[in-house]
Design a protein around this ligand. Structure first.
Ligand code: ADP
Length: 688
């Protein structure tokens, strides 16, 4: 019953959603502009079709313009250009509107329409894309902006840097930097970036040339200083071999300033790190390989992490030594630094000073094989990074040290296995999610279909019931009518025949009455109106009288009923009438569904607090898959063999209800074409 309510609820909810959507859409006309915008935003959340999304953004933008909220409208137009460039119609229209808005901003630079707002907004938008690694979007936006505002120098620098650091494409970066040089040959920082681009191309000569140029143009500029440092680093890198392969984790928030003091060991304690320090902006913390520092000895963390506050980060590398020996780690840092060598803290300094090679020397003993070097750096302000190199006691780099952790087979395998595991987990999670959703959908469909199916089935069973009931009524009525008419016409001559005719009329009338009573009784039970009156009854007597009544009813000489009762049958409390009907029903079935051998055995025995009564026949039996259904009301087996047997499908439902009202149970064992045993168990002493 509860299931039924759940099904109905699901159905109503679905119907409500389906019906409410058009209603919602229809009332669009009545919206205020503000509400319309809200409504369109809702659509954006639910829609996936780019065409519709582009159009909806466009509508929002138009409304915003009508409301005089030009900056917000700009954002909407930009979203169309950025996200749906393929929806040509709207993206072109958006571009046109953007150009008009830009003109408007230029012409009326009042407080609310300040072009600065326009550009600040767009700048932060592409910076966000860039920081999220969505370089395509950032570049797309920058190119549009350059079209609108070709004299803005910052755009060339920004787009060039995205090509340089994001795409690792030094050539395209150089194109943009050179355009900037055309616009402003005295630009304070472009030459440093050009130098970096050449560094990336391994063109040391040009790199040094441009760093030098930056120093010449503005000697006191921070960028020029940076170029100078890189120049020195490049020279060092040329001369001595420096560590290349670093893995990084971070940045962690170091707002309390304690990050540098607290020591965490190797990379497998990332969990602990995570607990103690949160990644900035709630980022996921994981180790990754450096990609944007030049391989020149200076590890520039500013380029890898968007530092905007006090932070700490970890850098990890492995150095392979062919033999065990004493070596030195020489380092210099922009800020605080800690160094662990093979999991032992070897160096801890919280100083602020420019990189100074060869001053802080850590003496360590290298083991044969891979040696782990873990560095932690902290930044309070300004630049963030460190210089690093491994030397012998004379400051020379030993030629046989390898700094490529990926050459370590075991490590590669471990990393690979971990990645595979992660991927596996991801696939499992996705599969589980979709599988689960599909399952729910299937269940919902199953319930809906089974509901409809059940309704059809019940209706059909009811129709069958009515036709079989009319059949059962019609047969005795026809017989009564025929015999009464014959008698009435005085056609029956002999006394004996007259008596026989009367007897038949009485028998058929009795059958009719019994049948009608059976239906009335069943109806009472169905409505819960059946009242039982319990009294002590002798089971043996009850069974014998049921058999006699039945034999009398059928008047079939071929019927054999065998009885087998144990001696200890006690009296039990029963509603005698109801139980008699139960037995008659079971006897009727045993007789009806036995076509060849009309043999019935009735057994009764007591065991513990129970009495077991079995009605056994050698008839056609019931197949296993139907056995649970035969107690359902109106259910009839439509097997060929049982086709001509009359019935209404309520007999066993009645039996079950009466037995259960006596706190008893009914069980059935049956074998097709071998026979059935219906066993009622009743408590001798009922509770309550
Ligand atoms: P009906 O009026 O059809 O006999 P019942 O509720 O008494 O209705 O029985 C339901 C179905 O169970 C019958 O249609 C019949 O197929 C099957 N059934 C009941 N008793 C027996 C039996 N002794 N042997 C074989 N089949 C039986």
């Amino acid at each position: 019953m509860r299931l039924y309510y759940i099904k109905i609820t699901i159905f109503i909810l679905l119907a409500a959603v389906i019906f409410c959507l058009p209603i919602h859409a229809q009332s669009e006309e009545a919206f205020t502009l503000q509400e319309k915008i809200k409504f369109y935003r809702q659509i954006i959340k639910q829609e996936q079709d780019p065409q519709v999304l582009a159009e909806t953004h466009y509508k929002i933008a138009e409304l915003l313009e009508t409301l005089g909220r030009d900056t917000e409208a700009t954002a909407e137009y930009l979203k169309i250009i950025l996200n749906y460039p393929r929806v040509a119609y709207f993206s072109k229209k958006a571009e046109e509107r953007l150009a008009i808005l830009y003109g408007k901003f230029k012409e009326t630079p009042e407080i609310t329409k300040d072009p600065a707002i326009f550009f600040t907004y767009i700048k932060s938008l592409y910076e966000t894309y860039r920081d999220q690694g969505k370089y395509d979007k950032a570049v797309y936006l920058l190119k549009k902006l350059i079209k609108l505002h070709p004299s803005n120098q910052a755009y060339y620098l920004d787009i060039g840097n995205i090509y340089l650091d994001g795409y690792n494409d030094a050539d395209t970066a150089l194109k943009y930097f050179n355009k900037l040089v055309e616009l402003n040959p005295e630009h304070p920082s472009v030459y440093t970036d050009i130098g970096l681009a050449y560094e990336k191309k391994d063109d040391v000569e040009n790199a040094v040339k441009y760093y030098r140029k930056s120093v010449e143009i503005s000697p006191l500029n921070a960028w020029s200083m940076y170029g100078l440092l890189r120049m020195q680093a490049l020279k060092l890198a040329e001369e001595k071999k420096l560590v290349k392969d670093w893995y990084f984790i971070g940045p962690f928030d170091n707002a309390d300033g304690k990050g540098l003091e607290k020591d965490f060991g190797p990379e497998d304690k990332i969990e602990d790190l995570n607990k103690a320090y949160k990644g900035l902006n709630g980022t996921n913390i994981k180790w990754f390989r450096a990609f944007s520092y030049a391989d020149s000895g200076y590890v520039d963390l500013n380029k890898m992490f968007q530092v905007n506050d006090s932070v700490v980060a970890y850098a990890l590398t492995y150095a392979y030594s062919e033999k065990e020996r004493d070596l030195e780690i020489r380092l210099g840092s922009d800020d605080g630094i800690c160094v662990w060598f093979n999991n032992q803290l070897k160096f801890k300094k919280d100083v602020t000073r420019p990189a100074q090679f060869d001053k802080d020397i850590i003496k360590v003993r290298f083991v044969k094989g891979w040696n782990k070097i873990l560095v932690k750096t902290a930044e309070n302000w300004g630049s963030w990074g460190f210089y690093f190199r491994i030397t012998d006691s004379n400051g020379n780099t030993p030629g046989d040290i390898t700094f490529d952790p990926l050459k370590d087979d075991n490590r590669v395998k471990k990393i690979y296995a971990r990645l595979k595991r992660q991927k596996g987990m991801q696939i499992a999670r996705t599969t589980f999610f979709y599988g689960f959703t599909l399952l729910i959908l299937l269940l919902a469909v199953y319930f809906l279909i089974s509901n409809i199916y059940n309704k059809i089935k019940i209706r059909q069973m009811k129709e069958d019931f009515i036709s079989s009931v009319s059949h059962e009524l019609k047969t005795p009525l026809a017989a009564i009518k025929m015999f009464t008419e014959t008698l009435n016409m005085g056609r029956v001559k002999s006394e004996k025949q007259t008596k026989e005719y009367y007897a038949t009329i009485i028998r058929e009338t009795d059958r009719l009455t019994r049948f009608i009573n059976k239906i009335l009784d069943f109806q009472k039970i169905e409505k819960g109106k059946k009242i039982y009156s319990f009294e002590k009854v002798n089971i043996k007597n009850l069974l014998t009288s049921a058999i006699n009544i039945y034999k009398d009813q059928v008047q079939d000489e071929k019927l054999v009923v065998e009885e087998e009762y144990s001696d200890d049958l006690p009296e039990i409390e029963l509603d005698e009438d109801a139980m008699l009907q139960v037995l008659l029903n079971l006897l009727t079935n045993a007789y009806k569904y036995s076509k060849v051998e009309k043999y019935i055995k009735v057994k009764a025995r007591a065991e513990g607090n129970l009495i077991f009564i079995s009605i056994i026949d050698r008839g056609m039996g019931v197949s296993k898959d139907r056995i649970t259904k035969i107690f359902d009301k109106f259910y009839r087996i439509d097997r060929d063999a049982a086709k001509d047997i009359k019935g209404s499908g309520i007999g066993l439902a009645f039996v079950k209800s009466v037995v259960e009202a006596h706190d008893g149970e009914i069980a059935v064992e049956s074998q097709l074409n071998r026979g059935s045993t219906f066993t009622i168990s009743l408590p001798i002493k009922r509770e309550g």
